[in-house]
Every structure is written in C-alpha cells, then in structure tokens.
Design a protein around this ligand. Structure first.
Ligand code: ADP
Ligand code: MG
Length: 404
C-alpha cells in the first residue's frame, strides 16, 4: 500500500487540484449570521502539502466538503469563512468562487499563475458529488494538471472529488498522488494492515460491538492479542454469563459476542474489574467491583485498577499496538482513569521503541484530552476512514492514487 506523494512528482508550473479536508467547526448555523471558523486545526494540517506545492511552483485549486448541506441553498455551509481563514493561515491571497463547478470556476482556474490559490465552494453543494458523477469528476480534473488527495477523513467515501476526479486525471495522463497528511496516514495505518511487527496487541473499546464486529474479526486475524474495555466489554462479559446490572449491553449482539469468544480462545482479554456508579455523573458515588459481582442497580462505566494491571502485563514487549475505542465514559472525568492510564502506558511504550497507532474519532479526542497526542507514533485524523482501513478494506480514496 505505498502510494506516490507530491514529492514524487514534478509540479513546477503545474496546476494542482487538491482535495483537502477543510470540514472545520463554524461559529453559527444561522445563514444570516457572520459565520467564522472556530477551530483551524484542519486548515493548518494541510499547510505542509499546500506550502510544498506553492514553493515548488504550482498553482492550487482547493476543494473540500463542509458539514452536511442538503442543497446549495444551505448557505450556512458555504466555504466563504474558510477562504478568509485560509488566507490568514497561508499568509497569501485566496481567490474564492462561490460555486462548485461552472464557467466562472473554469475561467478562474484557467487564469491561475504559479503561487496562486483558488478555493471552490463546498463540494456537497453539488448533488453530483455524493453520486460520484463521472462528469463532475472529469470537470474537476479538467481544471488542473495533477490531482492531489490530502483528505484522509473522506477516503472511505467514493465521492466525485475523491474518486472520480483522480481517475479522470489518470485518464488524461496526469498523476494522482497523496498529499503529506494522506501519505502519513497510509503508511502508519498500513503497518498494521500489511506487515505488522510482533508481538502485535490490539486494544478495543468504545460503546458498541455492533459497529465494530468486522474490525474485531480482522484484528483477531492479524493481532496476537486483543484487549477489550469500554462499553463493548459489557456485551462480551454478559455473553460469558456475568450479570451486568444496568450497564450498556447490546442484547442483539450477544450471539456475535459468543461467536467471537469461541473463535478467539484465549486471545481476547476482557476486564476483571470495573468502575460502577448508578449514573453517569461526576457527583455519583462510584466503586470498583469484580465483573462477577456487579451490583444489579449499577452501571459499568470504566475499567478497574486490576484490569489496568492486567492490560499492562499483556502489553509488555509488544512492538505494535493499535488502539480504538475509549476504556470508559471518558467524557466524564470520574470515568476517564482507565482511558488515561492506558494512554500513559502507551506513551511510555513509544519511548521504548514500540509503535502505537490510535484510530477512531473519540479515541483521538481522548488522547488529545490526556495531552498525549504528540507522544504516540500516529493518531489518525480520519475517524471512519481509519477504522475501515484497519478492517482490511480498500478505501476508494487510497486505491485511486498512483502506486509508488
Ligand atoms: P471511536 O470514535 O474512537 O471509534 P466509539 O465511538 O466507538 O470510539 O466509542 C466512544 C464512546 O464510547 C464514548 O462516547 C464513550 O463515552 C463510550 N463508552 C465507553 N465506555 C462506555 C461504557 N462502559 N458505557 C457506556 N458508554 C461507554
Ligand atoms: Mg466515535
């Protein structure tokens, strides 16, 4: 799964169509308000690719989706505030055409000189984007000489700006390559999929098993052990015959949980103790209970200290750890200890040469909250995309790019 990136091609004097991820949070949902970008992390994250292209003599045509507009009338999802923020962050003028594809867009792209930047309107304003309409893809490709995808978070969606545009560029003989962000995601997550160093331990948590059965199956296939915590563990524990009180349990997923337990023999490690409370609140009194003695009126909301110890022991010597899903209801500090202690343990392992990869939106948020993002080998920016890749699926946005 090695793909060409912008540094593998010649971009001097070329126009680059760059699919970026500028799906940023906005200050208001009111189309008549003065809407601003409230967090520019994703715009800044694109800078290495954008500056590389500009420094090497390219002109840029940038396209992204933003939010979930139903039609182009949903002006609250316009890219106008993004254009303003991008200008500030990039430190150079940004031309913005409030249309996805039109004669005005084609004229603006045709007029670009090296170093110029053009931002198109929210790709989802055009209903053909989500349908991967070949004409829209071809029109995107016709604006430029090279196609660059730096939007890993959209790589699992076969949209026109992700999929069709890349193939249309190849059809006319131009390169379709990854930006640096995309390149990093592909190589970091690729380690877990293609050729994992061993021992390889996967850690799974989060709310539900049903979302992640495919992922658990694929990890059972690839990893040496899987440690399970969070709400997901409850369903496994119930399947083993424990009483889970009022905990979140997916009754419908019990047969699947039993099947996975039978399949995995001793490679699936479950909690031995949990932190329980009567409600999800910092003020609710909490206790540690063994999994075979959970009070009928309580909920398991975090893994307990003996489980943290057990997981620690299982992680000793691991060369690769992939973690998806918090160990408890980490949004409430009282139930964030298991998640935080695990994050600390993993940060320590990175110091000793292990590779630690975090996938999933909430997991990335938990690691960020613990202040340990920079300590990990890789924290994926693509929630759904990272999970689909770890499931062993081929992502359309990755497949579409030129192999190295
Ligand atoms: P990710 O986004 O990293 O893939 P998920 O979306 O699967 O993770 O799960 C995150 C959610 O799981 C969090 O909102 C967290 O509160 C919830 N969760 C974790 N443990 C429990 C639990 N014991 N009971 C209920 N919810 C839980
Ligand atoms: Mg989530």
């Amino acid at each position: 799964m090695t793909k060409k990136t912008v540094s593998d091609i010649d971009v001097q004097g070329k126009k680059a169509f760059v699919r970026v991820d500028f799906n940023v949070p906005l200050s208001s949902k009111d189309p008549n308000a003065n809407i601003t970008v409230t967090d520019d992390t994703r715009i800044r994250a694109a800078l290495p690719t954008l500056n590389y292209l500009l420094d090497h003599g390219a002109a840029l045509i940038l396209a992204s989706h933003l939010g979930r507009p139903k039609t182009a009338e949903d002006r609250q999802f316009s890219m106008a505030p993004v254009a303003k923020k991008l200008e500030e962050v990039l430190g150079r003028p940004v031309r913005y055409v409030p249309e996805v594809m039109s004669e005005a867009v084609k004229a603006a792209a045709a007029a670009l000189q090296p170093g110029d930047v053009l931002l198109l309107e929210n790709t989802r304003f055009d209903p053909r984007e989500k349908k991967n309409d070949p004409q829209l893809g071809a029109d995107f490709a016709s604006l430029a000489d090279v196609y660059v995808d730096d939007a890993f978070g959209s790589a699992h969606r076969p949209d026109a700006s992700v999929d069709g545009a890349a193939y249309a560029m190849r059809a006319k003989g131009g390169p379709a390559v990854a930006g640096f962000l995309m390149g990093q995601e592909i190589s970091a997550l690729g380690i877990a999929v293609d050729n994992p160093p061993r021992p390889y331990v996967a850690i799974m948590g989060g709310a539900k098993i049903s979302d992640k059965i495919k992922l658990i199956e694929n990890l059972l296939d690839k990893a040496d052990k899987i440690l399970i915590g969070g709400g997901m563990a409850n369903t496994f524990l119930k399947a083993q015959g424990h009483n889970l009180g009022r905990s979140l349990v997916e009754e419908e997923a019990l047969p699947e949980a039993k099947r996975l337990l039978e399949m995995s023999a001793d490679r699936l490690i479950l909690p031995v103790d949990v932190v329980v409370a009567a409600e999800v609140s910092n003020d609710a009194p909490s206790e540690v209970e063994m999994v075979w003695a959970i009070s009928p009126d309580k909920m398991a909301l975090d893994i307990g200290p003996a489980t943290v110890e057990r997981f620690n022991a299982e992680l000793q010597g691991a060369q690769l750890v992939v973690w998806n899903g918090p160990m408890g209801v980490f949004e409430t500090p009282q139930f964030a200890n298991g998640t935080n202690q695990l994050a600390q343990m993993l940060a320590g392992m990175v110091d000793h040469g292990a590779k630690v990869i975090i996938g999933g939106g909430d997991s990335a948020a938990a690691v960020r909250k613990a202040g340990l993002t920079d300590k990990m080998t890789h924290v994926s920016t693509g929630g759904g995309a990272s999970l689909e890749l770890l499931e062993g699926r081929q992502l359309p946005g990755v497949v579409a790019l030129d192999d190295k």
